[in-house]
Design a protein around this ligand. Sequence first.
Ligand SMILES: [Zn+2]
Length: 423
Amino acid sequence: MEKAKNILTSHKFVRAILWLAGILAILAVAVVLVFGRRGRNVDIEPVIPDNTTIIDVKSGDSLSKILSSQGINHNDINTIAKVLKDKAGITGLRADRDKIEFVRESDATDAPIEKIVVVPGPWRRVELTCDDAGKWDCNAIDIERDTRLVYRQGEILDGDSFYLAGMRADIPAGILADVYDLLAFEMDFERDVRAGQKFSVVYEENYHDNKKIDNGSVIVVSFDALRGNVKMYRFRKSDNTIGYYDPNGNGAIKSLKRTPINNAKVTSSFSTRRKHPVLGFTRAHKGVDFRAPTGTPIPSAGAGRVVARGYNRGHGNFIKIRHNGSFETLYAHMSKFAKNVNVGTVVKQGQIIGYSGSTGLSTGPHLHYEIIKDGKHVNPMTVKLPAINNLDAANKQKFLEYRETLDKAIEGLASNPKSFIQM
Ligand SMILES: [Zn+2]
């Protein structure tokens, strides 16, 4: 009993030290001025040696296609695919992102291959070598990355969209898309955005050898919406899973999205008007219409299982998904369904299920989106949606301390917009 208690207290002590070190790292950080970030960087492109061929993976390429184009035989291709999968977790190549380098023993184009390097993005190199016995092995190397947190703030102007205001605030398009995705859980961009509202974003920039390589994740986002400030923090739980939380530590990611398509304008709102007693037709609009040019990909609003996929006169091509608990969503007027999405298919939140169109009773291409709760249609813009990934007591405590530290550091960034936090 006594021993167990000691372990517990010493464990707590170590955690306190680690935590303190973390706080010091962020504070000490402190806010380094960026001198000469612009103009001074002379780009030195690495010289490619004559014995090296670099192939950019393009749409339609496969590992075996690329390897055989370089003279690798069928047996070796199979072995390489297996080694990549088992030892580096690489199961396929991504077009327009991954590269493969072939290093030959000499400059001659037919010289034997000494090394193959698979480059999945800028932060990893997987080197494949073959020993004298013909056995392939691989070695994954993580490239050292220097991450900085930067701060951007902006304001909505008259006649502005959030997107335009974000671009003006120098927020990169990719980060802006992530911000939009996050805020869409809490905000209705159609009704909550007005001139004069302010917003801010803290996000990661990744450097290598003092050269900016890419942007990382959104760390904090804050938006002064019509019904109050919406703020979300990225936080890693003790089990290493990452999520976004509001300032009180409630999960910011909801089980469903109010607006499945980003940046789509609402063209018709939910209305409960009943069947007209004389005319006999119904005036109720059981969903929300979003403007969406034909072919716009439609993501599932939440994780779930497809329970209907078909055609009817009113909805045209439609899909219905059952989510956890009591919610269902419906997507109508599609021009076509996504491949491999059938009745029974389990889908993730954000997975493309089809493409917008104007099938059924529709006057133009749009997405008609319904949320059904316990069998009843509800207004997607106002229904209270359950949060996923809420924090337990221990993680919540950790989150609140982290948030306080981060808020203090961000104050420094806000007062000096050219500064950054070295992580
Ligand atoms: Zn509609």
